[in-house]
Design a binder for this molecule. Structure first.
Ligand SMILES: [Zn+2]
Length: 154
């Protein structure tokens, strides 16, 4: 009984002494923690972006950059932050086993600017219509219809 208590106290002491050493190893300044999860990495990158946006706004208010540059930079920063946030949310919705795969999928999906065009390619002339349309924007040929067979010409 008494030795059990003594052992528990000794163990607690060891943990108490060792804990700061362990935590300084993982939170060392300048170096990345070894156990960075995809989620933590996404959050870190997002926070960096927010800082960039703040800096950008400061520079714009100080009239150090032109309005056009400010707006385009801000837009791209914001788009990137949204992309990272969406990827993080995709990870949080899934189990840890699938998290990494889901992150990769979400990132690639977000990176892809244009939707797959296979359905929009005209069989007659090969023109790639930018939107799902019933008739080819180039030659006017009827494209593969979805669901309905015969529709009214728009
Ligand atoms: Zn066509």
């Amino acid at each position: 009984m008494l030795t059990g208590i003594a052992f528990a106290i000794a163990l607690a002491l060891v943990v108490f002494v060792a804990y700061p050493l362990l935590s300084t190893v993982t939170e060392g300044r300048g170096t990345l923690p070894i156990d960075v999860t995809p989620l933590a990495d996404l959050k870190r990158r997002r926070l960096v972006l927010y800082e960039n946006i703040q800096d950008l706004e400061f520079e714009y208010k100080a009239k150090k950059i032109a309005r056009d540059d400010y707006e385009s930079l801000r837009e791209s920063y914001t788009a990137e932050a949204v992309r990272l946030l969406a990827a993080a949310q995709a990870i949080e919705r899934t189990s840890p086993e699938d998290a990494f795969i889901e992150q990769e999928v979400a990132l690639r999906r977000a990176q892809r600017r244009t939707p797959p065009k296979d359905e929009y390619v005209c069989p007659q002339c090969g023109f790639e219509n930018p939107l799902p349309v019933k008739f080819c924007g180039d030659c006017g040929a009827r494209l593969r219809s979805r669901g309905q067979g015969a529709g009214n010409r728009p």
